[in-house]
Design a protein around this ligand. Structure first.
Ligand code: DX5
Ligand code: ZN
Length: 216
């Protein structure tokens, strides 16, 4: 099975968002990775509902929404309405993670949990069977264009083992500093989905860069 590619629109040109969304529509990409930051959980603010709705209006592929926000529970229905297909919350941002996961699924979305670089994979062992996606952060969240943290490769292997052991159907996605080199290491470790922001949008031919990642 080929790797799922989820280009991060955080690195797109927001003055030309429709153009960049169409580029992703026409490309080999599978999902749109949509990063929401609240300035509290992470030291940056990205965008909120109006921008997600604008992306959804043109997107012909699922929206893979990555919430870097504290206490996301109160916004779950609003993200569904804005067009999220997969909704990923951070382990570190949810006091009642099990409840949050059930609420995401009850709202009709796929449920994901993201782990910061310092959070062990084992912390997911009691919820892994309920998850559709595990997002391993390979940078500290908050910004595009950061350097890949190598330990993420080991974490992919660890979470794949956990998924296998527990009979979970969750996919494993990695986010941060992904390029052809780090992407290849992750593919060898068994990753299912790759997020790439600056590597795609700063390249000369973003659509070709997406194909190159897809063919890893
Ligand atoms: C970082 C975000 C990422 C970011 C990745 O906090 O979650 O999705 O857009 O950007 P690159 O691929 O440039 O590291
Ligand atoms: Zn992200």
């Amino acid at each position: 099975m080929s790797i799922i590619i989820s280009p991060s629109v955080l690195s797109c040109d927001f003055a030309n968002i429709q153009r960049d969304v169409e580029m992703i529509n026409q490309s080999d990409a599978d999902w749109f990775h949509v990063d929401v930051m609240d300035g509290v959980f992470v030291p940056n603010i990205s965008f909120g509902f109006p921008v997600i709705q604008a992306i959804k209006k043109h997107a012909k592929k699922p929206l893979d929404v990555h919430l870097m926000i504290q206490n996301p529970d109160q916004y779950i229905d609003a993200f569904k309405e804005a067009g999220a297909d997969i909704l990923t919350v951070h382990y570190e941002a949810c006091t009642h993670l099990h409840r949050t996961i059930q609420a995401i699924k009850a709202a009709g979305m796929k449920a994901g949990v993201a782990l910061n670089p310092h959070t062990p994979v084992d912390f997911l062992q009691d919820v892994i069977e309920d998850l559709d996606l595990v997002l391993i952060m390979s940078v500290n969240p908050g910004f595009g264009g950061q350097k890949f943290i190598n330990n993420a490769v080991l974490k992919v292997e660890q979470v794949k083992n956990l998924i296998h052991m527990k009979g979970s159907h969750a996919l494993v996605e990695v986010d941060g500093g992904v390029n052809l080199e780090t992407g290849l290491e992750l593919v060898k470790a068994g990753v299912d989905a790759l997020v790439a922001g600056s590597f795609v949008f700063n390249s000369e031919n973003p659509s070709k860069t997406i194909s190159d990642l897809k063919n890893l």
